[in-house]
Design a protein around this ligand. Structure first.
Ligand code: PYC
Length: 309
């Protein structure tokens, strides 16, 4: 089997876009997500895991839109499972579509398994995503973390489910990476084993911690643990959306007010919210770079063609 891909990164976080070589059962992104989760874990690992990649990678399968008014459909995934939405991945997708001359700029909509998102590409290379409606689900939850004591945080939806820690945990700086990984994994386990879920019993599979930004115009620096148990090198588009929903709901951010979210690696997204029928629509601005394009080979005699597990 051979699969054609384009690799990009958005604020340091990589996206591998599959543009050809796969036989897909459907172009309906909700159905495609189910197919991926239920039958294609080998493929997800083969595309993203070592020796080809690492657990930091996010993959994206590009499909024609179901509705011809839309630019395309996409399903994001990592080495654990599919994702509902992916902010950095959407910005990477837009850059890759530009690279392929399939998108020239301006407004367009993209189908994702959790709803349509609007994108707008600008001449300076930046992209603004109007993400899915986001919301604060559970406020000031106190959670007991075995070995670490209690933590206070919010559960929020930004296209994926997040637990946003606002009290407790190691300081958010790159030098603390090991401690942040250990701590956030313990938080994720505690959420799971204590039966704490998002709406519709959704697994809270992302954990986000915050600290002061080191950027002159920065409002906050974050660390985001992803379902693959690796961390997001970007400020995480869906994580920033969840954060914006919490800030707005708590009266800490006004409609249209800019929020500069720095990542643990020093990259940044600018976010703001617009209110539609009393619902929160996060906007995220960021930029991606193309890193490469090529053909991946999956040879029968390669014992690691489906990744090192
Ligand atoms: O940017 O939304 C995001 C994201 C989710 C997981 C990794 N990045």
């Amino acid at each position: 089997m051979q699969i054609q891909v384009i690799d990009s990164h958005t604020g340091g976080e990589p996206t591998r876009l599959v543009v050809g070589g796969l036989e897909l059962p459907t172009h309906d992104v909700v159905e495609l997500r189910k197919w991926l989760d239920e039958t294609q874990l080998d493929l997800c690992h083969g595309l993203l895991s070592e020796p080809r990649g690492s657990s930091a990678w996010v993959g994206a399968i590009l499909v024609p839109p179901l509705d011809s008014k839309n630019l395309c459909g996409v399903v994001f995934f990592n080495t654990h499972s599919s994702l509902g939405m992916c902010g950095h991945g959407t910005i990477g997708l837009v850059e890759s579509l530009k690279h392929l001359a399939r998108y020239q700029g301006g407004k367009a909509t993209i189908e994702t398994p959790v709803g349509e998102v609007e994108i707008e590409g600008f001449a300076d290379g930046s992209v603004v995503i109007q993400n899915v409606i986001s919301f604060l689900d559970k406020k000031d939850l106190i959670l007991e973390i075995p070995g670490f004591g209690s933590v206070v945080g919010d559960v929020a939806w930004g296209g994926n489910w997040f637990f946003l820690v606002h009290e407790g945990g190691p300081e958010v700086k790159l030098e603390n990476l090991d401690a942040l990984m250990t701590y956030s994994r313990a938080v994720k386990n505690a959420l799971w084993f204590q039966g704490i879920r998002g709406g519709r019993n959704g697994e809270i599979d992302h954990v986000e911690l915050f600290g002061p930004s080191t950027l002159v115009n920065g409002d906050s620096k974050n660390f985001v643990l992803c379902p693959s148990l690796d961390y997001d090198r970007s400020p995480c588009g869906t994580g920033t959306s969840a954060k914006l929903a919490c800030l707005y709901t708590k009266g800490q951010l006004r409609e249209g007010e800019k929020w500069v979210q720095e990542s643990i690696t020093g990259s940044a997204f600018v976010g703001w919210v617009e209110i539609e029928d009393q619902k929160i629509r996060p906007h995220i601005r960021g930029a991606a770079s193309i890193m490469g394009e090529g053909v991946l080979h999956f040879k029968d005699d390669d014992i690691f063609r489906w990744g090192i597990r």
